[in-house]
Design a protein around this ligand. Sequence first.
Ligand code: NAP
Length: 285
Amino acid sequence: MTSTIEPRLYRAAPGELAGRLIAITGAGSGIGRAVALACATHGAEVVLLGRTVAKLERVYDEIVAAGGAEPVIAPLDLEKATAKEFDAIAAGIGTRYGRLDGLLHNAGLLGDLSPIEHYDVPLWTRVMHVNVTAAFALTQVMLPLLRAAPDASVLFTSSGVGRRGRAYWGAYAVSKFAIEGLAQVLADELSGTTSVRVNAINPGGTRTAMRRAAYPAEMPEAVPPPELRRPARPGDLAGRLAPVRDGGRRHQLLDPSQGGVGDWSGQGEDPPGGLHQAASQYNLR
Ligand code: NAP
């Protein structure tokens, strides 16, 4: 079956994620927090993964106060976690739920904006580890739980600089190219033999701590906050939609900031996005 997805037009119905268990890395702040709140609003039970427990607790409180299902807090420092800690997270979810319906790899490190010639090697290693290796390791331990779900979705977070290199974006850009590679390899492995969907998304420029660090001179209002949904503009779509193979089970880059699926030839910027709050736009249903 061939279908198309236009993430900017998609609007989740209330309760659309009811009964689904969704784990989100970096859920304590920025885009991850907004997606966690949106998933809970749409009925999902969420597993809040992150390194700063106080932030995760605040998100937990917000979800409960809004009437959402009680979340699970799973502290995990993706830079420092050992194999045992990755295993323990998966074992904990397995014991309690026996499955995982959605996994959003959102946590990320920007690193330095610096020429390759001068890029600090230890910092390069940290960025690659958090942005790529830890996402790989977490996916690996979660795969049995994702397979156990009837229709699970794994989503990696890319960026405009993950498709077209840009001077001075160093390890961050390279890590986003790698995450797209990981998504494609995994999608190819799982397609046809499992019901697990694998996708990558570029959320587009979003008002977060990372954006501030990357664009210190930018007016914050120039890009939307993670919670804001930009009104859909059908005119944006012209020529942007591409078919999603195998009914959406194969890899695609969802790039709402560029108006469609998988055909972005980005000019080096992350244009304003602001679509992150709708859980189903992240294809987690
Ligand atoms: P952010 O505000 O800097 O948030 C990053 C999140 O990652 C935080 O929750 C942070 O946890 C977590 N994190 C960092 N290092 C971690 C570690 N070692 N272990 C566990 N968690 C860790 O960034 P954001 O803007 O929300 O970005 C979210 C994702 O979107 C990233 O993958 C980013 O590359 C991507 N993206 C963002 C934009 C944008 O304009 N904002 C554009 C394109 C792509 P703490 O809160 O504990 O620090």
